[in-house]
Design a protein around this ligand. Structure first.
Ligand code: FMN
Length: 209
């Protein structure tokens, strides 16, 4: 790992549970790898472009094997700039809360900005998909009120880690580690135990990198 993009998907700033664990992990990683370049991308502060009519039209033109229309060129240049930025890193740390069983809309918007044919994946003539972000490593920090990981009967409600892993696989990122910060709502001792477990998991992962 030389350049790591630290993606912050919670708007809670210093009160964010996922951010606390991500910062803890990062501090430990930096002790061991002081030359690692880290850039922070706060998705609730970033000026993410809307993914609207022109962007969608351009995508369908690309999928049909055509160039985008001049009317769509500006937004596609912007999307390409975001993708080039994303692909300039060889590692990602994504810290995210669970919102309504999935991810916050700003992280989904970022994913919609990044995920296009010719930018982060391509289709071959047979329709097979090849991810263009291969060789990169990702660490996911997933916070949730519900205690995922300890109650198999709720696993089917997890569209947070399940979704992020599916998306990463689609763009070719197969080296993925995940830490849950699960059970962040409830009695103080329950939340403290969830945080302690997440910090321990973060230490172990940082030491193994
Ligand atoms: C809008 C919203 C929706 C939420 N939906 C869920 C949910 O579906 N399942 C869950 O376990 N927790 C849910 N939570 C709780 C958060 O996932 C939990 O508080 C988490 O620790 C927040 O992470 P953060 O502190 O990094 O923002 C929700 C919180 C908010 C604000």
């Amino acid at each position: 790992m030389k350049r790591l993009l630290h993606i912050v998907a919670s708007p809670r700033q210093e009160r964010s549970r996922s951010a606390m664990v991500a910062e803890h992990l990062l501090a430990r990683v930096m002790q061991r790898h002081p030359a690692l370049e880290v850039e922070r991308l706060d998705l609730f502060a970033a000026n993410l472009p809307a993914f609207d009519h022109a962007a969608v039209e351009g995508r369908y033109h690309l999928l049909a094997g055509h160039a985008v229309d001049p009317a769509e060129a500006a937004i596609w240049q912007e999307l390409k700039a975001w993708t080039d930025h994303f692909l300039s890193f060889d590692a990602y740390l994504i810290a995210t809360p669970m919102w309504n069983f999935g991810i916050p809309y700003r992280l989904k918007q970022y994913i919609d900005i990044l995920t296009h044919p010719g930018l982060t994946f391509r289709n071959d003539a047979q329709g097979n998909v090849e991810g263009l972000a291969q060789g990169r490593r990702t660490i996911l920090i997933a916070a949730s009120a519900m205690p995922f990981g300890t109650m198999p009967e709720i696993d089917g409600l997890d569209f947070q880690l399940a979704y992020l892993k599916a998306w990463l696989g689609f763009i070719g990122v197969t080296q993925v580690d995940a830490i849950r910060v699960a059970g962040t709502f409830g009695p103080e001792d329950v939340v403290a135990a969830a945080m302690a477990q997440a910090f321990t998991d973060a230490d172990q992962l940082a030491d193994a990198l």
